[in-house]
Design a protein around this ligand. Structure first.
Ligand code: FE2
Length: 268
């Protein structure tokens, strides 16, 4: 079983890269389930629209996860109630629209995959305790009991909290990936008890930027230049960044984790 997870798609550069590479990746690596984090996919890098989500699904994406920008486009509040394949962090305040975890079928309909979307508590929008939420979800989704595989997208700012989440889920989930910082880390591995892990799987977008945003303007903002404006996405060629997990069908745990960097300046 091959599971593909791609990091935060940023603006039109990120979407173009998905359009260009996703079907090739699915075919080449025989991907049986694909997840992307889509919370920065809108043209301005904030949130996602129904049209964009539907385009992703038509390109072969099975589930879209998200994070702190999930409600940036107001229509998402109603769209998420109808679209089961779009997740928001499970530990948002009680009563938030949509779902933070769900069970899906693999592309060949042979396997059940539980996808859990969480958001860190440190330096992020105020949320419920992420580890308590994870404990509660694990009472409902259990490997080899009601699902064959479990994927966790941990959307968080700091490396330590994400690493702790990796160990928390080790042997319990097929894989735990970090998202949100938009920079891929070089610690791709399978943890001791069999969970594939990478602290951050990076972004799909233009890396000739400051985490996907126009670099000149971002620098002006850091320099407190009065001409600086709101952040807006860089528009150069996008790089695909993510992870491919080769999972064991018997145990539901990972055999191998491979970092994927394709196209744009990061591949060069
Ligand atoms: Fe984020």
């Amino acid at each position: 079983m091959k599971i593909l997870i791609l990091g935060d798609v940023v603006g039109s550069s990120g979407r173009q890269a998905i359009k260009k590479y996703l079907s090739q990746i699915i075919e080449k690596y025989r991907i049986n389930f694909s997840i992307i984090n889509g919370e920065n996919a809108a043209d301005d890098g904030k949130g996602i629209t129904k049209d964009i989500a539907e385009e992703f699904f038509s390109l072969g994406v099975d589930v879209i996860t998200s994070g702190n920008h999930i409600w940036d486009k107001k229509n998402t509040l109603s769209y998420i109630e109808k679209e089961n394949r779009l997740l928001r962090p499970a530990n948002l305040v009680a009563g938030s629209p949509g779902k933070g975890f769900e069970i899906y079928f693999s592309k060949n309909k042979e396997y059940k995959i539980g996808v859990i979307n969480l958001m860190g508590n440190v330096f992020m929008t105020k949320t419920d305790n992420v580890f308590q939420t994870a404990r509660d979800i694990l009472k409902k989704i259990t490997l080899k009991k009601n699902v064959d595989f479990i994927v966790v997208d941990f959307h968080g700012e700091i490396t330590s909290e994400k690493m702790a989440a990796g160990y928390f889920f080790d042997g319990i989930a097929t894989c735990v990936v970090g998202t949100h910082t938009h920079i891929p880390t070089a610690d791709t591995r399978v943890l001791e008890k069999g969970t594939a892990y990478q602290t951050d799987i990076g972004m799909c977008g233009d890396y000739n930027s400051v985490i996907g945003m126009n670099k000149e303007n971002s620098l002006k903002r850091f320099l407190k230049d009065k001409d600086a404006i709101q952040h807006f996405p860089a528009l150069g060629e996008g790089t695909i960044s993510g992870i491919i997990v080769d999972a064991d069908e018997k145990t539901g745990l990972a055999k191998k984790a491979t970092r994927l960097i394709l196209g744009g300046i990061l591949e060069k």
